[in-house]
Write a protein that binds this ligand. Structure first.
Ligand code: 2HG
Ligand code: ZN
Length: 469
């Protein structure tokens, strides 16, 4: 690889080519600490042309390339393997906003732009870019698109893939696919960009995108609602969607345990309700109308739901500060679970109508498997997506609990499979779920995935070993 590395070093310059152990170390691991690899070097190209040159060289020499943007992923998709022969390709320096077309409601951005910065640029133009997730201050859009990220507003605006009109992709051999069109109608055959969205860098490297913008909501109402059980929550969701005329933009469900962990471990948080309850929904409504109609609707909805026993208590945010405090409770849940010791996670989805049944069955099964296991179920119930995480029993060692991961995954995923759900609702496949895919995905789909991989990346240099079983 020496000759290739000499060429890459010369091409990219000192800012674009990292080789010392200290410089490379941050790129070799992910935040959960589950995966750690060894990279030969890190390439940090400055633009699309440099990405293309890097791929040309690596493709000719069969050097594996692991794309990485904000490195906030949860399935090991951005981590190199242990061979020390792959390079990490960081997209962080492709960080330009290429343009915002207000009349077309689009923004064109490069892969390395931080998600929160896109939201901000949209807001400055009086628009909304709705993709929103806990890591938005550090994750970068290239990774969001390559992993087809979800987050809290999927219910209303869809997943990352639904927000893309155009895409620029560098193929394995260095060719650049320029599909950077801001069109809502383009019916000219295969929708090629969709192949790369959610492919986690295994079919091409996303370098830029044209994204959809939406009208910024004028009124937002956010409430934390205590509900007797998940069944009541799902009934409330149906009423909320109908009575608001489709104005629900987030519907998050959580059991009490997560609130307890947040209150215990995250400074500056407090319980907005006077009493403890077993289950809560965090609901957010948004509307383009002014004049308080949304608030009246929400109050009436909650009042009636309370009369009918679907709601036990509720706190409606009366200021932006209170709204942020409610969201802080929700967004700190991953962080707050960490001090409680090892956890086994499941990012699953089932039809929304099956959420209560899934929760009941999976909870009973996990508690029977490991007595004392602390189920921490929360997530985007409005999309049927539950983060079914289990913290170890308080008196267990982390490693002993981790040793039960496979068995517990199989049990939970078995229920998901029976309900025709998905074993990765929004975090992707990466390395973590690759080998489980064939058990839960149609064999013809797996065959087609392999066919696509071979067609787009015949030398298997793009994120080798990820996604495709
Ligand atoms: C969230 O919804 C993230 O907060 C992380 O998807 C979920 O920690 C998790 O499992
Ligand atoms: Zn999530």
């Amino acid at each position: 690889m020496t000759a290739e590395f000499d060429r890459l070093r010369a091409l990219l310059g000192p800012k674009g080519w990292l080789e010392t152990d200290a410089d490379i170390a941050p790129y070799e691991k992910e935040e959960r600490g589950l995966f750690k690899g060894k990279a030969a070097a890190v390439a940090r190209p400055a633009d699309t042309n440099e990405v293309a040159e890097v791929l040309k060289i690596c493709n000719a020499a069969r050097i594996g390339v692991v794309p990485q943007s904000g490195n906030t992923g949860l399935v090991g998709g951005g981590v190199p393997d242990a061979s020390g022969r792959q390079i990490v390709l960081s997209l962080a320096r492709l960080d330009r906003v290429r343009g915002l077309d207000a009349a077309n409601d689009t923004i064109s951005v490069e892969a390395g732009v931080i998600l929160a910065d896109i939201q901000k640029r949209a807001a400055e133009a009086g628009r909304l870019f709705p993709l929103s997730l806990a890591a938005e201050g550090t994750c970068r859009i290239g990774g969001n698109l390559s992993t087809n990220a979800g987050g809290i507003n999927v219910l209303r605006y869809g997943m990352a893939r639904d927000l893309v009109l155009g895409l620029e992709v560098v193929l394995a051999d260095g060719r650049v696919l320029d599909a950077m069109k801001g069109l809502r109608k383009d019916n000219t055959g295969y929708d090629l960009k969709q192949i790369f969205l959610g492919a986690e860098g295994t079919l091409g490297i996303v370098t830029a995108a044209v994204l959809k913008l939406f009208p910024a909501p004028r009124e937002i109402e956010t409430c934390l609602v205590a509900v007797p059980d998940p069944k009541a929550a799902i009934e409330l969701l149906g009423r909320a969607k109908n009575e608001s005329g489709g104005n629900v933009q987030a519907f998050e469900l959580t059991q009490r345990r997560l609130i307890d962990y947040v209150l215990a471990h995250i400074p500056g948080t407090s319980d907005p309700l006077a009493e403890r309850h077993d289950w809560y929904a965090l609901i957010e409504f948004a509307s383009g109308d002014l004049g308080g109609a949304l608030k009246t609707m929400v109050e009436r909805l909650l009042e009636r739901a309370m009369e009918d026993g679907l709601v036990l208590d509720a706190a409606i945010a009366s200021s932006e500060q209170q709204r942020k405090a409610l969201w802080k409770l929700r967004e700190s849940m991953t962080e707050a679970q960490k001090p409680e010791g090892a956890s086994i996670k499941h990012d699953v989805s089932v039809p929304v109508s099956s959420v209560p049944e899934f929760l009941a069955e999976a909870t009973a099964l996990c508690e029977a498997m490991v007595p004392g296991a602390r189920v921490c179920a929360f997530g985007h119930a409005g999309d049927g997506n539950i983060h079914f995480n289990i913290s170890r029993p308080t008196d267990w060692r982390d490693a002993d609990f981790q040793a039960r991961r496979k068995e517990m995954n199989a049990a939970v995923h078995g229920i998901v499979g029976r309900m025709r759900g998905s074993i990765s609702a929004e975090h992707g496949v990466g390395i973590l779920k690759r080998d489980d895919l064939p058990k839960y995905k149609d064999p013809t789909a797996i065959e087609l995935m392999r066919t696509l991989k071979a067609a787009f990346d015949p030398n298997n240099i793009l994120n080798p070993g990820k996604v495709v079983p």
